[in-house]
Design a binder for this molecule. Sequence first.
Ligand SMILES: Cc1cc2nc3c(=O)[nH]c(=O)nc-3n(C[C@H](O)[C@H](O)[C@H](O)COP(=O)(O)OP(=O)(O)OC[C@H]3O[C@@H](n4cnc5c(N)ncnc54)[C@H](O)[C@@H]3O)c2cc1C
Length: 300
Amino acid sequence: MKPAPFVHHAPRTVAEAVAVLAEVGHDGKVLAGGQSLIPILNMRLASPAHLVDINQVSGLADVVVSDTEVRVGALVRHAQLEHHAQAYAALPLLRQALVCVAHPVIRNRGTTVGSIAHADAAGEMPAMLALTDGVVEAVSASGSREIAVADFFLGALETSLAPEELAVAVRFRRFAAGTGTAFMERARRHGDYAMAGVAAAVRTTDGVVADARLSFVSVTDVPRTLDVTSVFAGLEPAAVDWSAAGDLVRDSIDPEGDIHATAEYRAMLAAELARLTLTEAAASSVAPQPVPHDTEGPAA
Ligand SMILES: Cc1cc2nc3c(=O)[nH]c(=O)nc-3n(C[C@H](O)[C@H](O)[C@H](O)COP(=O)(O)OP(=O)(O)OC[C@H]3O[C@@H](n4cnc5c(N)ncnc54)[C@H](O)[C@@H]3O)c2cc1C
């Protein structure tokens, strides 16, 4: 199928982009990598009269790593972030999850910010923003604001971004020293959206667990975190039976069944993935992941 007719806008600056968004309001849609939006247009699930294509906008394609955050601009492709050595060293969790996003060709084009703006709870990057307690930077013709992740995701494919706002960047907060992370998911075929996925972050201090938190893919309506610290605090990571998190996980998620997996199966999978990711994150909290000698750039 072909999309309904639309006017294509190709702004060169953020100011030009938000001026068009202000003018067209609800009739407009931002086009970033197009990996989610174009199929939606082709299937005519949406038919905006105006597409504001941000691919020529300057200043949006940088990854900036600071002592506290990894800032990802709106035109950073998944692959660019996946292969960014400094970002990996600062926040290994991002690459751990990015390698599970679709296939390399989709990661070469799709943007991390677009994935978060799309707000699909089956997407990996919304769950990463949740676990890192991240922030979305939004700009409109009338100013700019920062939206904490807790206020960003409102429902399935729904965020608190206004139609006239452009998300110019997201900032993933770095974890405290002594934190290990892990991400795992299970899909019917490699590259498919996951039946369930879990990210874990475990911090140890003085040889015992100080913090343990999870976030989820495909088993909640909006990206959500679960703090399981109270169950495990003060225990030695190697001696912990992490399966004790399973009941908490089942109580905190609300998976839906579909042709790929029943709701019960997704819940069982999430509980088991929680055990596995907590185990791996705890191990890497005491023996940090090595920093690879990698280059930036798209995947082959
Ligand atoms: C076959 C296939 C498999 C996939 N599998 C996965 C998967 O396993 N996991 C996963 O997470 N994703 C998957 N994706 C989606 C992929 O990650 C997309 O790249 C991503 O969801 C959207 O990013 P995009 O840059 O392509 O955004 P677009 O498709 O351009 O836009 C998506 C939505 O976000 C809005 N938007 C985009 N950027 C901005 C912005 N800066 N400000 C405001 N609004 C914005 C758009 O208006 C649109 O509503 C898959 C896609 C395909 C085609």
